[in-house]
Ligand binder design. Structure first.
Ligand code: AKG
Length: 268
């Protein structure tokens, strides 16, 4: 499934994408990262909510904010970032068809917290029922924008390289903690057998990856919180699925499909 159409991306970047299911775009938002940082400070001061924006807390520290979702309806600047042409055009190019925002989140990784266990995002969307991804469904794509520097020390993203776009494998999952049966991650024996690559990012850098790419991140061993924003996009031909996603999630926020790899506590 080699892509040949190129608009903003070079032939080499597209080739890398085809062979790895991710791409690193340095400095994509370098000019805007300071305002993003201020906006995240604003959002992190909003009152705790699950019925407007949605706040989640660290599994082992229920007072520590771990993630905020569904904030663009309440923040014009962030809405412009996630639905503006810089991201939409890039994702549309990689998807080979018009993309639309499905959901967005800020991941706060506070000192000592926030590891994301190894997982494939698509398992959450496919609900883990299939042994392999459906080749007829175009993978959803995520973009990560590093607002703070993400380093080996503070738990940057790690991926399995050489994972071509047409890899359909769904890696088996397990629930490692008997007292947290909703918390799912990649089976440890498989995780240990894979080669992992750390992808440090500078403020303003972007990483785009498919929902099929295995990824994970380690705890933050530094003394400062590391903040990253994520947008997930689906092909517009699948429809605008955002409202339904959040409505379903509000009804049952602790469903296993929402807890894949996440370090946050079940919501009340
Ligand atoms: O922010 C991170 O360190 C990893 C995030 C992640 O894997 C996720 O949100 O699915």
């Amino acid at each position: 499934m080699l892509k040949t159409i190129s608009k903003a991306l070079t032939k080499e970047q597209l080739q890398f994408w085809n062979e790895n299911s991710y791409i690193h775009i340095p400095s994509l938002f370098k000019e805007r990262v300071n305002e993003m940082s201020q906006w995240i400070d604003e959002i992190s001061n909003w009152e705790s909510s699950m019925d407007q924006w949605m706040c989640y807390y660290e599994m082992d520290n229920p007072k520590q904010l771990s993630r905020v979702e569904n904030f663009i309806p309440y923040h014009a600047g962030m809405k412009e970032i996630f639905t503006g042409s810089t991201i939409i055009d890039l994702i549309t190019e990689l998807m080979d068809e018009q993309a639309i925002l499905y959901k967005e989140r800020i991941n706060f990784k506070s000192p000592g917290g926030g590891p994301h266990a190894a997982h494939q995002d698509g398992v959450a969307y496919e609900q883990g029922a299939n042994a392999s991804f459906d080749p007829n469904i175009k993978p959803y794509l995520s973009i990560l924008v590093s607002v703070d520097e993400a380093t080996e020390e503070n738990g940057c993203l790690q991926v399995v390289p050489n994972w071509p776009l047409d890899t359909l494998e769904i890696i088996p999952m397990e629930a490692p903690y008997p007292d947290k049966p909703h918390y799912m991650k990649m089976k440890q024996s498989v995780e240990d057998s894979l080669t992992w690559k750390k992808l440090p990012t500078q403020p303003g850098d972007a990483l785009i990856f498919t929902e099929r790419l295995p990824h994970r991140s380690e705890p933050n061993h530094s003394d400062k919180t590391r903040r990253i924003i994520y947008g997930v996009y689906n092909p517009l031909s699948d429809g605008d699925k955002r409202e339904k996603y959040y409505a379903d999630k509000r009804k049952n926020p602790n469903d296993a499909r929402y807890m894949v790899g996440n370090p946050h506590a079940p919501s009340n």
